[in-house]
Design a protein around this ligand. Structure first.
Ligand code: FAD
Length: 411
């Protein structure tokens, strides 16, 4: 006789930041949760620079203490460099209330800490278990799972949260994929022993450098607390396709063109695999459906420029957890107005600023010397992840960025 199918209140696909935080928040409400994770942790993931806004969710999920105990690099802002120009935003001097500092984290360690904390709180996580199908089943969802050792089985969930990142499990299975309106771009990145010896270099900030000749090409330098750093470059796909070297050759060639960045990294040791990732911007036709919702990268992913990915993932986790709680308590939440619309408020803000970065409206604002302290505080808030604070005029109406860019250009 077949084993009975296991029943859960909520099954979460993926144990990254969205999966760990959502499962913890729902576990706090007393639900029976199962997280299915395809890989074994620790595993590499890109996306190391956090934004202060996500500290709120780490607190709510009772994970902040464990993160703080882990000696990650402190972060208090974002610095920008273009030729001889250098500007920085200090997140502690921002318009919105809330955390003004956060961390730059090696994601293999960080994601494992979050998942371990969720497990300690009582969430069941199965590593090496991949979701391979999802069907509606009476008033539930039935997921087919395959484990590393080839075992196949089914589970039933009253609700499924897809936190599978670029795995995009439900968007693929339920035909929800929608192309992003953002231009396809590619990234080359690695970890280095940075050996930076300039005393003026500020390890408490991410450094974004604009290529001296191509305004659409930019580099990130995210220092860690152990003398290492994440280094990456983003460029239009067609530009990178003209580079014929290995990923390491191409990255080093681009860094050598990076003006001051080349000097900052003059002693760097490239001792780790160089990876490439392209066409990552993606969207879906809907962020929710019958007994499921899409979180983090499984929903919409914009662009790496403002390090917004983990913050969007955790915000989606927080919103989805409270809406699932309503639904499983017998209320009938309106997923559009209680989940999709609020989540999209912040995504819309970031999207306007992403578009403004690549068409140079926002680059001109960043490097303008004449912006007022008030404007600087409002921009700082958005860069710190407070893209949902509609008291900020640039969140309430993100298209105000165009007027601001015009003013900065005229000065
Ligand atoms: C080049 C680049 C740079 C970036 N830099 C930053 C940055 O500095 N800061 C920032 O905040 N964000 C950054 N991001 C974005 C960030 O990486 C993501 O937004 C973030 O990791 C999303 O979290 P998540 O929980 O949605 O998914 P993930 O962290 O990707 O987790 C998804 C999990 O689902 C699992 N999974 C996949 N398929 C299945 C399956 N079939 N069954 C079970 N499990 C499955 C995966 O193994 C994975 O562990 C960057 C992105 C890119 C492309």
């Amino acid at each position: 006789m077949n084993d009975p199918i296991e029943q859960f209140d909520v099954v979460v696909i993926g144990a990254g930041p969205a999966g760990a935080v959502s499962s913890s928040l729902l576990n706090q409400k007393g639900y029976r949760i199962l997280v299915l994770e395809k890989q074994h942790f620790p595993r590499f993931s890109i996306g190391e620079s956090l934004l202060p806004q996500c500290m709120t969710y780490l607190e709510q999920a009772n994970m902040l203490e464990a993160v703080e105990a882990s000696a990650f690099q402190h972060k208090n802002g974002a610095a920008f460099s273009r030729g001889e120009e250098y500007e920085y935003f200090d997140f502690r001097e921002k318009f919105s209330a809330g955390w003004g500092t956060t961390f730059q984290v090696q994601r293999d360690n960080f994601d494992k800490i979050l998942a371990d904390e969720a497990q300690k709180q009582g969430v069941q996580i199965r590593y090496g278990h991949s979701v391979i199908a999802c069907d509606p089943f009476a008033d539930k969802r039935q997921l087919s799972v395959q484990s590393d050792n080839g075992q196949r089985y089914q589970v039933h969930a009253k609700f499924v949260l897809d936190a599978s990142g670029f795995g995009r499990v439900l968007p693929k299975m339920l035909n929800l994929e929608q192309a992003s309106t953002l231009t396809p771009r590619q990234s080359i990145f690695t970890h280095i022993q940075d050996n930076i010896d300039q005393p003026e270099y500020d390890r408490d900030k991410i450094l974004i450098t604009v290529h001296p000749l191509h305004h659409e090409v930019w580099y990130w330098l995210i220092p860690f607390s152990n003398g290492r750093a994440s280094l990456g470059v983003v460029a239009p796909t067609e530009l990178l396709e003209t580079m014929l070297g290995s990923p390491l050759d191409n990255l080093q060639e681009l860094v050598s063109q990076g003006g001051k960045l080349a000097n900052i990294l003059k002693n760097a040791q490239y001792d780790t695999q160089v990876r490439t990732l392209g066409s990552y911007s993606c969207n879906v036709t809907s962020l929710y459906g019958e007994n499921y919702a899409l979180l983090g990268n499984a929903g919409e992913f914009l662009d790496p420029i403002f390090s917004s990915g983990v913050t969007i993932a955790m915000t989606s986790a927080g919103l989805a957890a409270s809406t699932v709680h309503k639904q499983l308590s017998g209320e009938q939440p309106d997923w559009e107005s209680e989940y999709a619309e609020p989540l999209k408020t912040g995504i819309k803000t970031f999207k306007e600023f992403v578009e403004g970065w690549y068409d140079q409206r926002f680059q001109n604002v960043v490097f303008s010397k004449t912006k007022s302290d008030d404007i600087t505080r409002m921009i700082s808030s958005i860069l710190a992840g407070y893209a949902w604070d509609t008291k900020n005029p640039y969140v309430k109406n993100p298209s105000r960025l165009s007027t601001l860019a015009q003013l900065c250009q005229d000065d």
